[in-house]
Design a protein around this ligand. Structure first.
Ligand SMILES: [Zn+2]
Length: 219
């Protein structure tokens, strides 16, 4: 472990984790065959690995990944990078604490956002894992405008963003954290949806307990 508490991670390990997360998102129906993208970097690195464009996302392999610098220049790899690379780069530029970014199309999270319903602190995971979720207004996928809006929303310290009419962005200090944020968004959205569809207003964890969790877990 380094001083910051991060394990030193090799390019090969990073690439394997990116592929594992991509497949897991596909298996959990959080992305479609060509949707979604995942990236990761070593702590403090000015370059990152990202999934390619136009490849079946359920079977991405390490050789398919592309390494870019924060301006989008190709450093390594053969395929075209995801068209959403500017969004990933914007997050890394604005958030030195973030080393992994997951972009998925979580159907329940998006469905609630389309209905103007925000995620509530309905579970410990909702409080601990999500902490802060920002809504990003619609901009066309792959554009500099979307990257600019995402960079701005990410700079508030959010761990998750909901891209209106599009999907979600989950951020973490490593891939496991970003993956957990993407999955927790959907888990919370589904639980909240079930409760609301049965005509209930789901009870939430009281504010004072949230403060206690924060203290207990030094957040
Ligand atoms: Zn997308």
């Amino acid at each position: 472990m380094s001083e910051e508490g991060f394990e030193l991670i090799s390019d090969e390990e990073l690439k394997e984790e990116v592929c594992r997360v991509m497949k897991a998102l596909y298996q959990r129906s959080l992305i479609s065959a060509l949707g979604g993208n995942v990236s990761a970097r070593a702590p403090d690195a000015k370059e990152f690995w990202i999934t390619p464009s136009g490849v079946f996302k359920g079977a991405v392999e390490t050789d398919d990944l592309v390494k870019l610098d924060l301006e989008g220049n190709l450093i390594e790899g053969f395929l075209r990078p995801s068209i959403e690379w500017p969004l990933h780069a914007a997050i890394y530029k604005n958030r030195p604490d973030v080393n992994a970014v997951v972009h998925a199309h979580n159907p329940f999270t998006l469905g609630l956002a389309l209905s103007g319903i925000g995620l509530k602190p309905i579970s410990v995971e909702a409080v601990m894992v999500l902490r802060k979720v920002e809504i990003v207004p619609f901009a066309f996928p792959g554009t500099d405008k979307l990257a600019e809006l995402v960079g701005k929303a990410a700079s508030t310290g959010a761990r998750a963003l909901i891209l209106q009419n599009h999907g979600i962005v989950a951020m973490g200090a490593n891939l496991l954290e970003a993956e957990a944020v993407a999955e927790t968004l959907e888990e919370v959205a589904i639980a909240q949806y079930v409760s609301m569809s049965l005509g209930k207003e789901p009870p939430t964890i009281p504010e004072k307990d949230i403060e206690l969790y924060m203290k207990l877990y030094k957040m």
